[in-house]
Write a protein that binds this ligand. Structure first.
Ligand code: NAG
Ligand code: ZN
Length: 631
């Protein structure tokens, strides 16, 4: 009943939002953007911004080169979000141009319409002087306390999916690609990094200018900025890792195999076109595992396991250099084209660097994650489709593992249907080459796949409609090699059957034969079964050393098991961890677990309210939904 009421309420909300947005005329090409690139399109971006840590704002000028696609249209439409616009003018003549701002639509921002002259020219350069708001959703301003060094503030951005508009006026749709240049001014002590090639710095009396150039056209969500007191270490011929000095050596060790992973990816996908591949290890509040910002992948410090065991996330971000960054989803309804392909390639890299057994094990263990997500969202919820409808649904709200894991499952299925990796891998290279520098949708992929494999006799077997548009779990789960999982299943069975009085059914010696991912799998299985007794958990904790574990994936699952067992002693450590770490993969399930246990529900709500101002917008936004807080 409560559900039905909630549902009706949601429908009304979605409907009223739909009306508001329809009134504001969102793009027919992208339900998350106001822009109309089919009429006039942004073809070049140039940023000139000053970083003000005291006011928590960026201020300066964005210059956009726009091109008329339809000569009869005399205005360009941009997305903005809480930007304080001072002046808009022709960059060459410096003459003011007319503009108008629409109403603010929550989560989507404000439509900016700029008049263009009614003359014969096709290209115009427009300059916009403005400031960002201190609560720009795409920026996180950290106080010195939230950094490792504790002495200087730190700024980083996260624009995907739709937060670029909170930092620059732009056509904030992945269907629009443009090169960019930037000049950023910041105080002397700071290093400024962007998703571009570093093009020198210049010391001035008031601070330092840093120049950047990104020649490859890319969507607005891939523009990225970080400003902190940073150091770097070389990882390979085209890679450095950047981080605060307190953790830089640890980072250099953890990610030492970057060049090896990059070469393996090139072998699979074709040449790496972005020149450099650097890593930036952010402070712990970074909300994602990694973000594939071109030339400069952003990663969470929760990958620092001390033994390189979580570096697969780097393989994932490297894979995005082709899937997502080179061939991009046209809008976020086709997000699986970015993420499903990337997971598929990531696991192929793992297969080549380790073994096909571990590639399959990785895919197999993630079926549980997919299953958990599908059950949580709802088996019949259209958001569990591979291609979703985002009319009235913000991409941050739709975000889940579904496009990642259901997407990779589909590609693995397609691979098995058309005859294995020998057939699929040449197709992938051809697909990347055909669509590089473009933004495409699922139909483009399907059409090219069918054209490429037109004489493959198994093509007819594929039920495209079920895979793409049916909600719930994938129609087919491929035959994975499960030998690494079977060992773990036996252990889980023994642990579950054990009554806790007898000696433990697993010894330190058994434990030493297991890989990190096998331990993760065992914990995942244990977290899915009924609660274990605290007596048993204490014994297991001693064998595995869970109390001092550095590996964040293991720590996370261990905490879930402890909460499920209602082990009160552990609650403080859980809160301590989620107040430091912002990675949503860990924080969201732990908050849900705390919410679901009556004893900790109020604590969780209070803790969220007390800490949300230290969280990145996307974390606070999704957690508020998870915790059923209406704001
Ligand atoms: C983009 O604009 C900047 C600044 O005006 C300019 O330096 C750069 O050459 C332009 N790039 C392209 C590809 O037009
Ligand atoms: Zn990804």
């Amino acid at each position: 009943m409560i559900n039905i009421i909630a549902h009706i309420y949601q429908v009304i909300l979605a409907f009223s939002l739909y009306i508001t947005m329809a009134a504001a005329r969102l793009s027919p090409l992208d339900p998350s953007s106001f822009s109309r690139p089919e009429y006039v399109k942004v073809v070049n971006i140039s940023l000139n911004l000053n970083v003000n840590f005291d006011k928590k704002i960026l201020s300066g000028t964005t210059e956009l080169t726009v091109e008329k696609i339809d000569k009869t249209v005399n205005e360009v439409i941009l997305d903005t979000m809480k930007l304080n616009i001072c002046r808009i003018y022709d960059a060459e003549s410096k003459e003011n141009v007319e503009f108008s701002l629409g109403d603010h639509v929550p989560d989507y921002g404000t439509k900016l319409t700029i008049k263009l002259p009614n003359d014969e020219k096709l290209r115009y350069k427009i300059a916009i002087d403005y400031q960002t708001s201190p609560d720009a959703t795409g920026l996180q301003w950290l106080s010195p306390k939230a950094t490792a060094g504790q002495k200087y503030p730190y700024l980083f951005s996260q624009f995907q999916p739709t937060h670029a508009r909170s930092v620059l006026p732009c056509q904030d749709s992945p269907g629009v690609k443009a090169p960019y240049t930037a000049t950023i001014s910041a105080p002397h002590e700071f290093t400024v990094l962007m998703s571009a090639i570093r093009d020198g710095t210049k010391e001035l009396s008031v601070g330092k200018l840093s120049h950047f150039i990104q020649k490859i056209p890319m969507p607005s969500y891939l523009i990225a900025l970080a400003v902190g007191v940073l150091e770097s270490r070389q990882l390979g011929p085209r890679s450095h890792v950047w981080a605060e000095k307190e953790i830089i050596e640890e980072c250099a060790y953890e990610f030492a195999n970057t060049e090896h992973q990059l070469k393996t990816a090139e072998d699979l996908c074709g040449p790496y076109v972005w020149g450099i591949y650097d890593l930036l290890v952010l402070p712990p509040s970074f909300p994602y595992g990694g973000m594939e910002n071109p030339c400069l992948t952003f990663v969470t410090p929760t990958l620092l396991a001390g033994d390189r065991s979580l570096a697969n996330v780097i393989a994932h971000e490297i894979a995005h250099s082709w899937t997502g960054n080179l061939v991009t989803n046209r809008n976020f309804e086709h997000f699986w084209l970015n993420e499903g392909f990337t997971v598929f390639i990531e696991r192929k890299i793992k297969g080549r660097l380790e073994s096909s057994k571990s590639q399959d094990f990785d895919a197999f263990i993630h079926i549980s994650n997919l299953n958990e997500a599908v059950n949580l969202i709802g088996k019949t919820n259209p958001l569990t489709q591979l291609v979703v409808n985002l009319n009235g649904v913000h991409p941050d709200e739709a975000f889940s593992v579904v496009p990642y894991e259901k997407g990779q499952t589909f590609l693995r299925y397609l691979e098995s249907v058309i005859g294995g990796p020998e057939k699929m891998e040449p197709f992938l290279r051809s697909y990347f080459d055909k669509y590089k520098y473009q933004s495409i949708d699922t139909n483009d992929f399907k059409a090219y796949f069918e054209e490429y494999f037109h004489d493959n006799e198994n093509l007819q077997e594929i039920d495209w409609s079920a895979w793409l548009y049916n909600p719930g779990m994938p129609p087919v789960i491929p035959d994975y090699d499960t030998s690494l999982a079977v060992v773990c299943d036996n252990i889980v069975e023994k642990i579950t059957a054990w009554n806790g009085d007898e000696p433990a059914p697993i010894t330190l010696k058994d434990k030493e034969t297991l890989s990190t991912f096998q331990v993760i799998y065992i914990l995942q299985k244990l977290s899915e079964t009924t609660a274990q007794s605290i007596v048993k958990l204490k014994v297991l904790s001693n064998i595995f050393g869970f109390d001092n574990i550095k590996n964040a994936e293991i720590k996370f699952l261990w905490f879930r098991i402890c909460l499920k067992a209602h082990w009160e002693e552990k609650v403080d450590s859980v809160f301590h961890w989620i107040n430091v770490v912002g990675r949503m993969k860990f924080v969201r399930p732990l908050y849900r677990d705390l919410y679901n246990w009556e004893k900790t529900r109020e604590l969780a709500l209070d803790n969220f309210r007390a800490n949300k101002q230290n969280m990145m917008h996307v974390s606070a936004y999704t957690l508020a939904k998870d915790l059923h807080i209406d704001e």
